[in-house]
Write a protein that binds this ligand. Sequence first.
Ligand code: PMP
Length: 422
Amino acid sequence: MTEAAATAHPLPAEAPAAPPERDLFSKFDGLIAEREALLATGVRDPFAIVMDEVHSPTEAVIRGKPTILAGTYNYMGMTFDADVIAAGKAALDAFGSGTNGSRMLNGTFRDHIAAEDALRAFYAADHAMVFSTGYQANLGIISTIAGKGDYIILDADSHASIYDGCALGNAEVVRFRHNSVEDLDKRLGRLPKEAGKLVVLEGVYSMLGDLAPLDEMVAVARKHGAMTLSDEAHSMGFFGTHGRGVYEAQGLELGRDIDFVIGTFSKSVGTVGGFCVSNHPKFEVMRLACRPYIFTASLPPSVVATAATSITKLMTATDKRDRLWRNARTLHANLRELGFKLGTEQADSAIIAVILTDQQQAVVMWQALLEAGLYVNMARPPATPAGTFLLRCSLCAEHRPEQIEAITAMFAEAGRAVGVIG
Ligand code: PMP
């Protein structure tokens, strides 16, 4: 400060008052107001559902009402499998309720190894690594294998855990238009030839239930010298000859075409956890470098024991696969015939998304279904593509034919009441 300026603006005798405190929560005001406005219309909070009792993979009691579950991702209905439950109870008795911490230090138990062995057998893979959730598997693998100077090329509609994996790492991130092979090719073509590249794909995109053309995308990725990762969270157990996922159904192989498969235990496997399988000869180094694997507690023995048993049973669960596909095709055909706009032309996956354009209509219909005794997922922007509001059904192998008919009837009644169909 010059002398003249100091004279013109003498310092106040007392220190100035502290600037007004900025409430860090003010950024959420829009979200809070939107939620309050919605609840003021008298609808229930769609994101505060409590399962008071669960009787089977397809039946629960919600606020005293017996309810059909059609929004759980419990595709293969393994949550009540007698062998799975027995394995969990035995592990709880033998090893207690918790782990001591990190897999790397004191948190590896017999059944972590059993779960990784089961995954290697299921995928015919050289390596398998179990994480505490599927979210952490994406976070850990993506942020660790693609580093500074590398590129991650991902579908614009990728799951939040994929985006968060990119945010945690130091690689450059390039997005391509959802499921556009041409756009992927174009964007890969602009990247430096010598740079490391990871193309991240999903077998099934969970909002609309549509599939990726993995075969074409992998061919393009390989042409540009990129490694490939496929998140098969929504396909395990019922796509491909061995149930390995969409990549298997499209004739691709781990190692030859896909470098890393990411999956979760929270859907077809029927418990909680995440994993990555790979044939990369150096894959085991991930256990020494991957922060979301190292700096968190491992899964409890009861959980990994249930996972190991469930994965082994899924290898031969052909009856369940057949029933799941029959259920998905029947419900898709029924809802289509009723006049609903659906996320896919046919039952490409076990997710059937009813598309609505207006939040109020979506919430009112979601509530009408719940009151009738049906639980489905409501999804809204920004999770959904192109500003749509979705009522998403996920089918289960254990849905009985009469439940599929009941689900159809409830959709018909609620859809007419709300004016979505005529
Ligand atoms: N990937 C995809 C495509 C998912 O849909 C999800 C969960 N909905 C995850 C990863 C995360 O899995 P988890 O629930 O085991 O964290």
